[in-house]
Design a protein around this ligand. Structure first.
Ligand code: RB5
Length: 141
């Protein structure tokens, strides 16, 4: 299961990603927000982080206007490795090297077409399991 949430700045892109996940028959849980009324992104970062850390979700997707605020909030939570991605290369690299467990996107930064490619790359790339990356992640923790 994939946990997904956004603030108002990421709401429209979240809906596009939900349509994609539905079309691909990928199980997900939409943790809000549910309209474009102004909300505080740290609340949504926490909901997705909790879902990932409890192993309810295998990974998460967070979206705010830039992807930055919501990723900063998520990365304050121990065990979360959240990467803001604006291209497919970093989405792939952060899975292979950082074993990132949450993808962050900026709804005001990337268009829907690119965002869906980034999501696909993130979801389909496994962690490399290279010892050097395992050691570095252990040092973060
Ligand atoms: C909300 O206006 C905006 O600040 C938020 O979505 C995000 O971009 C913060 O980093």
């Amino acid at each position: 299961m994939i946990a997904i949430a956004s603030d108002h700045g990421g709401f429209a892109l979240k809906q596009e990603i939900i349509t994609y996940l539905t079309d691909k028959k990928l199980e997900f849980k939409d943790l809000g927000c549910y309209d474009e009324a102004s909300v505080d992104y740290p609340e949504y970062a926490r909901l997705v982080a909790q879902s990932v850390l409890s192993n309810e979700a295998k990974c998460g997707i967070l979206i705010c206007g830039t992807g930055i605020g919501i990723s900063i909030a998520a990365n304050k939570i121990k065990g979360i490795r959240c990467a803001v991605c604006t291209d497919c290369f970093t989405a792939r690299a952060t899975r292979e090297h950082n074993d990132s467990n949450i993808l962050a996107l900026g709804g005001r930064v990337v268009g829907g077409g690119l965002a869906l490619q980034i999501v696909e790359e993130f979801l389909n790339t496994p962690f490399s399991n290279d010892q050097r990356h395992i050691n570095r992640i252990a040092k973060i923790e």
